[in-house]
Design a protein around this ligand. Structure first.
Ligand code: E4P
Length: 217
């Protein structure tokens, strides 16, 4: 399972990268705005900065919602750095744009996916990644994990190569349950990755080992 971090914060990206388990980064316009990154040139530069920190894929989202606009922006984003994956929303024009990018060797992440049908369409168009937003489904009393399981089943039925990128992950149990279902990737905040570390018995055991070592040395 690949671990992506869902942030545009360079310090957090560095911290996750230093842990040695980071496989990529996802961003979106809201995450960019949260870091105060505004204006096209600053945003493009920020994507390059992120690529220079991590080894893996970095999702960069198009803002246009028409086919021509998405293609123009996506081509510009893809040229920024070989690690860039163009993030395209799950709308009709987006599906057309994903197909275009697929045919032109540009990798894509189909975002804002909330149903199995949308995930099927993304795979048919050849998306590299599909991003079902599980946290946002949970927020409206709909089981996000059930969607991951449905997409896994559908993709396995037909051997679709589109990778399931469980997005809108909020906590460690999301990560563990996505791993059990077989999501290819998860993207979440640093806390969802670091939370995997924690167990009181580890802390108690280590404390005991160190105390016992001190007694004999
Ligand atoms: C996915 O790529 C999105 O950036 C993200 O996971 C959305 O998460 P949120 O629902 O916590 O905003």
């Amino acid at each position: 399972m690949k671990f992506f971090i869902d942030t545009a914060n360079l310090d957090q990206i560095k911290e996750a990268q230093d842990l040695g388990v980071l496989d990529g980064v996802t961003t979106n316009p809201s995450l960019m705005a949260k870091e105060g990154i505004t204006g096209r040139n600053n945003i493009l530069k920020h994507y390059v900065d992120i690529c220079n920190i991590v080894d893996g894929d970095v999702s960069a989202e198009v803002i246009a919602t028409d086919f021509e606009g998405m293609v123009k922006e996506g081509e510009e984003l893809a040229e920024l750095h070989p690690q860039i994956v163009v993030k395209v929303p799950m709308i009709k024009e987006g599906v057309k744009a994903i197909k275009y990018f697929t045919d032109h060797g540009i990798r894509t992440n189909c975002t804002l996916v909330f149903s199995a049908g949308q995930a099927l369409l993304a795979a048919k168009a050849g998306a590299t990644y599909v991003s079902p937003f599980i946290g946002r489904l949970d927020d409206i009393s709909t089981d996000g994990l059930e969607l991951i399981a449905d997409i896994r089943l559908i993709y396995d039925n037909y051997g679709f190569e589109t990778q399931i990128l469980a997005a809108s992950v909020r906590h460690t149990m999301h990560v563990i349950n996505c791993a059990k279902i077989g999501a290819d990737v998860m993207t979440g905040p640093l806390s969802s990755i670091e939370g995997l570390l924690k167990h009181p018995l580890t802390d108690i055991g280590l404390k005991q080992f160190l105390e016992d070592y001190k007694k004999g040395n």
